[in-house]
Design a protein. Structure first.
Length: 133
């Protein structure tokens, strides 16, 4: 991840976040993508979850950052580990694919470069989460 990725990601997430439908659309896509995912969210307040997701996105991109910021990612990983929510590693790739799909629907400037930036920005955090399963 480089400065260009950071700029593309930040600008894109701002454009997407301008619509309150963005994260709702992501959850619609994500829940429809897998029976396992749908079951995990069966009793979840999706409005609350959507606001948690936005904060989690910023936490996810700190995976290679300063140690005090990685503490938040450690907590997130622990919460999603087999000991707590039991989010299996393979679900993170599905999560990223559906998130990028939603970005493509809500970011009017979306293109291959923006898609690649989202993937590069979130990959270290996803790898971190998987490693803590």
């Amino acid at each position: 991840m480089d400065e260009r990725d950071i700029e593309l990601f930040n600008d894109s997430i701002e454009r997407c976040s301008a619509s309150p439908e963005f994260l709702r659309r992501f959850y619609t896509l994500f829940l429809a993508s897998s029976d396992t995912v749908a079951k995990k969210f069966e009793h979840t307040d999706l409005r609350k979850q959507a606001s948690l997701l936005k904060a989690s996105l910023y936490i996810m991109i700190t995976a290679s950052g300063e140690s005090d910021r990685v503490v938040h990612l450690e907590r997130l990983a622990k919460r999603h580990s087999r000991a707590e929510l039991d989010i299996k590693p393979e679900l993170y790739d599905l999560w990223l694919d559906r998130l990028v799909q939603a970005v493509g629907e809500f970011d009017p400037m979306f293109d291959a470069e923006i898609e690649a930036a989202w993937r590069r920005m979130l990959r270290p955090g996803i790898d971190f989460m998987k490693s803590r399963y």
